[in-house]
Design a protein around this ligand. Structure first.
Ligand code: SME
Length: 233
């Protein structure tokens, strides 16, 4: 689990908004009852999903005013919904979801983005949860105010998710074909021919890296542990 202090420290070195969103998700995702943790940025009159951990959602883009997320923007108010089944204006992303917390990333009336959390437990979000999410949201807002020129990658068009494999996992192990999850560890071979731009071998564990050696016949092989991003993009 990434503490707020670690998040704060890492944020100082973040060189894109994408990285900042992924750090926020990384910092919050392991809190108990947080079953889906994501960040939507506000782009024109739409919210665009920028980073998340949890099951893939069909709602990659949400118009202002729609669902709990869009309502937060329209009303300029954070939302803590104890039972989403009682809402009419709700966009379901999982049949298990029961409560939802949305905290705006804002500087006064200027809204940059929002942190969205879903829980499978009714009334999951305490005041302490809210304060923890708010602390991260406020820190991000402060960062964006100070770095107005931070680059942000253009969002993909439409609601199409990346190809079906990558929706659920960062990558597939080159040897055993196991999924390497978003935010999880993976291993790279340090030899350059295994790391070409369009061809990089990703291994889920050191044993799988071992398994590629006989065929690769490297002179001086080693592996390095890497961390997959907390993001679909
Ligand atoms: N439930 C949200 C949609 C986003 S998903 O939960 C990830 C809403 O009603 O706006």
């Amino acid at each position: 689990m990434m503490t707020f202090e670690q998040f704060n420290q890492k944020l100082k070195d973040a060189r894109s908004r994408e990285r900042a969103y992924a750090l926020a998700v990384g910092c919050l995702k392991d809190r108990s009852r947080f079953d889906w943790t994501g960040v939507y940025s506000l782009e024109g009159d739409e919210l665009v999903l920028r980073s998340f951990v949890g099951k893939p959602t069909p709602h990659n883009r949400i118009p202002v005013g729609r669902g709990v997320c869009g309502t937060a923007i329209a009303e300029k108010e954070d939302q803590n919904v104890a039972d989403v089944r009682k809402l009419e204006n709700y966009l379901s992303c999982s049949l298990d979801a029961r409560s939802e917390l949305v905290v705006l990333i804002r500087n006064g009336d200027e809204i940059f983005a929002q942190i969205d959390i879903d829980s499978n437990v009714e009334g999951a979000f305490s005041d302490e949860d809210y304060q923890a999410v708010k602390q991260v949201a406020d820190r991000l807002a402060d960062y964006f105010v100070r770095k107005p020129r931070l680059p942000e990658r253009p969002a993909p068009k439409g609601t199409d998710a990346p190809d079906s494999v990558r929706r659920n996992a960062y990558a597939i192990c080159a040897i055993c074909k196991a999924e390497i999850p978003w935010g999880g560890s993976w291993y790279r071979c340090t030899v350059s021919t295994c790391n070409r731009k369009r061809f990089q071998l990703k291994f889920c564990k050191p044993e799988c890296w071992d398994a590629h050696l006989p065929e690769a016949r490297h002179r001086d092989p080693a592996y390095e542990e890497q961390q997959a991003p907390y993001s679909v993009r």
